[in-house]
Design a protein around this ligand. Structure first.
Ligand code: AVI
Length: 318
């Protein structure tokens, strides 16, 4: 991207952050969309979270993908074009394509070109000679696959239980759109975290070393840096709570004292104990995931899990 285009993209992003912050902080229950957790510092902290002892999802899913690589390859068959939604550093994409029988191509899709480069390089190294065709797009919206893919059968890949960060209606909309994007006869390999005891879930989202707390509080630093807000991050603390009715872990920033914050010419008041809801991480019982997929036009073909049934990896077909 040229310097001018980069500046335009950064300005558009800043305007969107301010618009979301104004809307979210004006709501009766204050909230901010979790996508804003991931600036460069947030991405670095999230990477550190994935290595924490309490945060089981990444290592459990990686273990399932590793141990079931043969079964996954057999179920998918040869010649699949892998389309990964939000590939991160490409580690899981590399693991998947290494195990598949002669994949046709790897298509990482992300709004951030710098992530795509890292993922593309990692997968190219894992499977030399495999065509890698990155697509810069917001995968929560409709986008087109590269024409060069030709008629190869599509295998969508959406690991990490990122589906859990969507509200259930958004998750269904994502699955429906993915079905349209991938086309007739497609498959989708989907990672979904399972419901389990509250203590395990709450520890995973509020670790002893305080990395998740720093990840959550970084949102206030980001609003100060990019939106000109004047949050005192020391006036808030991180809280993770299991909501059993909605089967989700919620992250909140709790005001430690009454305070007011300025942002874009507006003043927002906080009572002591009032929270900003910064993320939901929905956990799916297998029957609920199956129903969600079916409502979006996908049938469950296989489900793999780990011996402790912490996490699930699904192969769906359109
Ligand atoms: C990216 N996503 C799947 C993570 C999750 O588990 O919901 C984000 C996260 N938030 C706190 N810890 C991890």
């Amino acid at each position: 991207m040229s310097g001018a285009l980069q500046r335009d993209a950064a300005e558009a992003q800043r305007a969107a952050l301010i618009a979301d912050a104004l809307a979210g902080l004006s709501a009766p229950r204050k909230t901010l969309p979790c996508k804003w957790l991931y600036d460069a510092e947030g991405a670095r902290l999230f990477e550190a979270i994935t290595r924490l002892p309490e945060y089981y999802p990444t290592r459990t899913e990686t273990r399932i993908l590793t141990e079931q690589a043969g079964a996954i390859a057999e179920a998918v068959g040869p010649g699949a074009a892998v389309v990964e939604f939000g590939p991160g550093d490409g580690a899981k994409g590399a693991l998947l394509v290494r195990g598949l029988q002669v994949p046709a191509a790897y298509v990482p899709v992300d709004i951030a070109p710098e992530w795509l480069e890292a993922a593309a390089a990692r997968v190219a190294e894992a499977r030399p000679g495999l065509p890698v065709l990155p697509v810069v797009a917001d995968f929560t919206q409709a986008f087109a696959l590269p024409r060069r893919l030709g008629p190869a059968p599509r295998l969508g890949f959406f690991p990490g239980s990122t589906i859990g960060n969507f509200e259930p209606t958004e998750a269904a909309a994502f699955l429906r759109r993915a079905r349209t994007t991938l086309g007739a006869g497609a498959r989708l390999l989907l990672g979904a975290d399972l419901v389990k005891e509250a203590a395990v879930l709450e520890a995973a989202y509020d670790d002893a070393a305080g990395v998740t707390a720093a990840f959550d509080l970084n949102l206030l630093h980001r609003l100060n840096r990019e939106a000109g807000a004047d949050f005192d991050p020391a006036g808030f603390r991180h809280r993770a709570v299991w909501n059993p009715a909605l089967e989700r872990v919620e992250m909140h920033l709790v005001a430690l004292r009454p305070q007011q914050v300025r942002l874009a010419g507006r003043v927002f008041r906080f009572a002591e104990g009032e929270t900003i809801h910064t993320e939901s991480s929905h956990k799916y019982r297998p029957e609920r995931l199956r129903a969600l997929a079916a409502a979006a036009g996908w049938q469950a073909e296989r489900m793999w899990t780990d011996p402790a049934r912490l996490f699930s990896v699904w192969l769906l077909h359109a």
